[in-house]
Write a protein that binds this ligand. Structure first.
Ligand SMILES: *Cc1c(COP(=O)(O)O)cnc(C)c1O
Length: 361
């Protein structure tokens, strides 16, 4: 069997070792005689997986003991409304950093719930450059500040995060969680759908600073309340058990590979390979994001001739490269080089792009 070079943006590549492990224990999980898919979420074997996944998230991100890790359904998009439903309560205002498609969607949902304020926007620069976070001028009474660490579609990513003082900082880290070490203590809430960098679709990780839970009104529906999920250790109802199981395997894989510093070093090398081809192409390839804002996870680029760009996409598919067509909103090309994408695949892609330029430049 031959595998494609998988550069999908999401769901993205999973480590082949993890897929193999899941396959091997699918029919008979740890000798129990049944699959993990067929067991109660209140059974001991499942509970061990659930707790281990939460524990690994705490360890990898070096969270202090006053954070809870929730494992929720609904995707990151559900968080776009859950965040304001829980924290943008009557009379309050929430601050949003608008850096592109995903932060824009989060902001739009919040406007349905309450008052918002855009603290910084990349709109004037067509979301190709990160809005500056250095002088946000955050009013002290804000309910929270929300930002998106990596804009998956535009291909821009923050390297550092602001100090927001007493105002809680929230982040959507769906497409770069566990790709590098972060200063977790700066954040009061982090959420991430698993399917970009740490597992399959179906589960969303929500990391929340516990004291914040006390602010959540009782009156909101149970399934939308972080407080209810936290009180029940994310077992209020049936969690997405198979997704949690897969996330747990991926997290163990990350630990075995050397943890987040090692992930960051590899991701840097992979991204550099591709940006190097773009930057040394004499203008044949054009990076879509400004150099100072470039993402290590999603490399967006194009060719000025649409005919040649289409030819490239056709050839890439013929050669076994997958997922390189850019998002329908951004167009052009996008290579997503998440944790599970091997360096060798990026090297093969970089070499192919250089060769394509020779033949068509
Ligand atoms: C993919 C993505 C989302 C949406 O995730 P769903 O799980 O499909 O709801 C939100 N934010 C970012 C940054 C993403 O990359």
């Amino acid at each position: 069997m031959t595998y494609a070079y998988n550069f999908n943006a999401g769901p993205g590549a999973l480590p082949s070792e993890v897929l193999q492990e899941a396959q091997e224990e699918l029919h008979n999980f740890q000798g129990i005689g049944a699959s993990i898919l067929e067991m109660s979420h209140r059974s001991k074997p499942y509970e061990a997986i659930h707790n281990e996944a939460q524990q690994l998230i705490k360890e990898l991100l070096e969270l202090s003991s006053d954070y809870d890790v929730l494992l929720l359904p609904g995707g990151a998009s559900a968080q776009f409304c859950m965040v304001p439903i829980n924290f943008l309560t009557k009379g309050k205002t929430a601050g949003y950093v608008n850096s592109g498609t995903w932060s824009g969607k989060a902001w739009k949902e919040a406007q349905k719930i309450g008052k918002t304020l855009v603290l910084a926007s990349g709109e004037k620069e067509y979301f190709k450059r990160l809005p500056d976070l250095n002088n946000l001028g955050i009013p002290r009474e804000l309910a929270y500040v929300h930002l998106t660490s990596n804009e998956t579609i535009g291909g821009i990513q923050y390297k550092s995060f602001p100090d927001t003082g007493d105002v809680p900082l929230f982040a959507d880290m769906s497409s770069d969680i566990m790709s590098r070490p972060i200063e977790a203590s700066k954040f009061a809430l982090i959420y991430a759908g698993a399917q970009k960098n740490i597992g399959p679709a179906g589960v969303t990780i929500v990391i929340v600073h516990r004291p914040l839970l006390e602010r959540i009104p009782e009156a909101i529906p149970d399934m939308l309340s972080y407080n209810v999920h936290a009180k029940h250790n994310s077992l209020f109802n049936t969690p997405p058990v198979f997704s949690v199981y897969m996330v747990n395997l991926v997290l163990k894989w990350i630990v075995n590979q050397g943890g987040l510093p090692e992930m960051a070093a590899r991701n840097r090398q992979k991204a550099d390979l591709l940006y190097h081809v773009i930057d040394t192409s004499g203008g044949f390839y054009r990076g879509l994001a400004h150099k100072d804002s470039r993402s290590m996870m999603n490399i967006t680029f194009g060719i000025s001739s649409p005919e040649i760009e289409n030819k490239l996409l056709v050839e890439l598919e013929q050669e076994g490269f997958m997922g390189l067509k850019g998002h329908r909103d951004a167009g052009h090309l996008r290579a997503s080089v998440y944790n599970a994408v091997p360096y060798e695949h990026c090297k093969t892609l970089a070499e192919f792009l250089a060769d394509f330029q020779k033949r068509n430049g």
